[in-house]
Design a protein around this ligand. Structure first.
Ligand code: TXA
Ligand code: MG
Length: 340
């Protein structure tokens, strides 16, 4: 299959959206830009199309997908918001939608089981990217990140082609993703003391922002030690090259004859790791002063470049765990865990 690319720029983005909608209505898959990462979209109510998503991604079917809606009122199409949570859900929508927040809520019965992996809940978000939003206004789409299972999420149309070229008919090129890291996932819950937000995946909407709405709590661990967001297995977001995360520069001791690549936060003059070793490849996320948001946008891009550089080991520098730095460290720890 040839993968076509249409550029959704100023003049012809509506045409690009129309092409995407036509394919989706025909039961086919389309990669679409969002403000976080590119998504691989299927009509959320077409179980056969959703099945293709798992096939194309080589994704185990126990991992549920996020449904993207285009209007706040469309939440009712996929989720059954309990009376007691109506207030907090409304506040979250007002504060963060459209934007990089996903809510896990009780599902509507007619959402295909494949979308939710048979769970009683569904994950829903409303993207702020005009292309994804315009498509989702026409039909709700189930869209996981447009990478093959266990690999780095794509933040550009080129990265999507690298991952899924030849497997899908269309990629809508909406430029580089603004946030560059997957959405924050919360499950709102009611307790004796009022509503709480269970943080299932850190992302661009920071804990500090969520706290303004309700208390934020950690994911539950079940007896089998499965965490609640089933896709949140340790091995996610991994480059093919082994990666270690270095919390302090002195933790890294190079070995003779190895080719190392460094993922640096601020680059030269800012961290003793940069000067300490003869790096075969260096990627800097936010050169100079260092801005976490810029680092987040470039994180997956830099990881892809390092992965392509042919080094034996990627050494990743830690970043401050505040704001979006929490999500960055979450992804880096998972990448490191996958290399063990
Ligand atoms: O930013 C994003 O969220 C991107 C863009 C494309 O929207 N999408 C994305 O999807 O990251 P994906 O499939 O790569 O990650 C979705 C995560 C998985 O970890 C999955 O397990 C979790 O959401 N999830 C989905 N439905 C869930 C549910 N009902 N309960 C708990 N976790 C759920
Ligand atoms: Mg993913």
């Amino acid at each position: 299959m040839e993968t076509k690319r249409v550029v959704a720029d100023f003049e012809d983005w509506r045409e690009a959206v129309a092409k995407a909608v036509a394919l989706l209505e025909d039961g086919q898959l389309v990669a679409l830009p969002t403000e976080t990462v590119y998504g691989l979209a299927a009509d959320a109510f077409d179980a056969e199309a959703v099945a293709k998503v798992f096939e194309v991604k080589e994704r185990p079917s126990f991992d549920p997908l996020i449904v993207h809606i285009g209007h706040k009122r469309d939440l009712d199409l996929v989720a059954e918001v309990p009376e007691e949570l109506a207030e907090v859900v409304k506040e979250l929508m007002t504060a963060f939608w459209p934007g990089p927040l996903t809510m896990v809520l009780p599902r509507k019965a007619d959402v295909p089981d494949l979308v939710t992996s048979g769970l009683e809940t569904v994950a829903v978000r409303m993207s702020s990217h005009e292309v994804m939003r315009a498509v989702a206004k026409e039909l709700p789409v189930a869209a996981p990140s447009a990478n093959r299972f266990g690999r780095i999420s794509p933040t550009s149309a080129d990265a999507v082609i690298e991952e899924l070229g030849g497997r899908i008919p269309l990629v809508v090129d909406g430029g580089a993703c603004r946030d560059g890291i997957e959405s924050t996932i919360v499950a709102p819950e009611m307790t004796d003391k009022g509503p709480v937000l269970r943080l299932l995946r850190p992302g661009p909407v920071a804990r500090e922002d969520l706290r303004k709405i309700a208390k934020v709590v950690r994911p539950k661990r079940t007896k089998e030690d499965h965490i609640e967001a089933p896709g949140q297995v340790e091995s996610h977001y991994a480059p093919a090259t082994p990666l270690i995360l270095v919390e302090r520069p002195e933790d890294f001791v190079p070995e003779e004859g190895m080719k190392y690549g460094l993922l640096s936060y601020r680059g030269e003059g800012n961290h003793s790791l940069v000067e300490a070793t003869d790096w075969a490849h260096l990627e800097v996320m936010s050169p100079g002063k260092g801005k976490l948001a810029e680092g987040a946008v470039r994180l997956f891009y830099c990881l892809r470049r390092l992965d392509a550089a042919g080094v034996d080991l990627i050494v990743a520098e830690s970043v401050a765990e505040t704001g979006i730095g929490v999500a960055m460290m979450d992804r880096l720890r998972r990448a490191a865990a996958a290399s063990r």
